[in-house]
Design a protein around this ligand. Structure first.
Ligand code: 5GP
Length: 202
C-alpha cells in the first residue's frame, strides 16, 4: 500500500491551527497523531483526544525509552510526537498530520526529508495579538511569552515548503489550501521517481 504523506502544520499561537486541523480530519484521508504534553489541559480539552496529558517524570521516562519521534520544550512545557502512534498512521496509507512548533518541524525534516512543511499564518502580527487576547485561555504572561516566541518561529520560515494565510474566518479556505498542497505533492515528479518505468511496463 502507498504510504501517506507526512504533513507538518505549524503556526504561531492564535493562527487557527487547531480549527484547520479539525476541518481536515473530517476526511478519512487525514489522521492526527495525538502528542504527549506536560502542559495542563485547557477547558474542554480531552485526554487522549487533544493530547496525552502526562507528568514531567513520565515524559522524561519516555524520552529515555526512545518513544518520541521528536520533542521540544515550548514556553516551559514538554511536547512530543509518539513514534508508535505516528508510524501506525503512516503505515495505514492515510496522511499524517503533525500539528507541531518550529523546532519539532526542523527535527522531522531532518528525519524525514520527504515531509511537507506548512506554516499557517494570521494576516499580520497585529491581528495575531488581537486573536490571542480574544481567545481568553491564557494569562497575560503566557500571551506575552507566546507572542515573543512567534517572532522566533517566523525566523524559521525558510525551512517550510508552503505558507497558508488564515484570513478572517478563513479556516475552511485554509483547509482547502492544505488539501490542494497534498494533491499537488502527490503529482510531483520527485514523489514519483519510477514514473517512466511504470509507464513502459503497463
Ligand atoms: P498548545 O499549548 O497551544 O496546545 O501548543 C503549543 C505549541 O506546541 C503549538 O505550536 C503546537 O503546535 C506545539 N506542539 C503540539 N504538540 C507538539 C509535539 O508533539 N511536538 C512539538 N514539537 N510541538 C508540538
Amino acid at each position: 500500500m502507498e504510504e501517506g504523506l507526512l504533513i507538518v502544520l505549524s503556526g504561531p499561537a492564535g493562527s487557527g491551527k487547531g480549527t484547520v486541523s479539525q476541518l481536515l480530519l473530517r476526511s478519512p484521508d487525514f489522521a492526527f497523531s495525538v502528542s504527549a504534553t506536560t502542559r495542563a489541559p485547557r477547558p474542554g480539552e480531552v485526554d487522549g483526544v487533544n493530547y496525552h496529558f502526562i507528568t514531567t517524570a513520565d515524559f522524561e521516562e519516555r524520552i529515555r525509552r526512545g518513544e518520541l519521534l521528536e520533542y521540544t520544550n515550548y514556553c516551559g512545557n514538554y511536547y512530543g510526537t509518539l513514534r508508535r502512534e505516528a508510524e501506525a498512521i503512516l503505515g495505514s496509507g492515510r496522511n499524517l498530520l503533525l500539528e507541531i512548533e518550529v523546532e519539532g518541524a526542523a527535527n522531522i525534516k531532518r528525519l524525514r526529508p520527504d515531509a511537507v512543511l506548512i506554516m499557517l499564518l494570521p494576516p499580520s502580527f497585529a491581528v495575531q495579538e488581537q486573536r490571542l487576547r480574544g481567545r481568553g485561555t491564557e494569562t497575560e504572561e503566557k500571551i506575552r511569552a507566546r507572542l515573543t516566541r512567534s517572532r522566533e518561529e517566523l525566523d524559521r520560515l525558510p525551512i517550510y515548503d508552503y505558507i497558508v494565510y488564515n484570513r478572517d474566518d478563513g479556516a475552511e479556505a485554509c483547509a482547502d489550501d492544505v488539501r490542494a498542497i497534498v494533491r499537488a505533492e502527490r503529482c510531483s515528479v520527485r514523489r514519483n521517481p519510477d514514473a517512466e518505468k511504470k509507464f513502459f511496463e503497463r
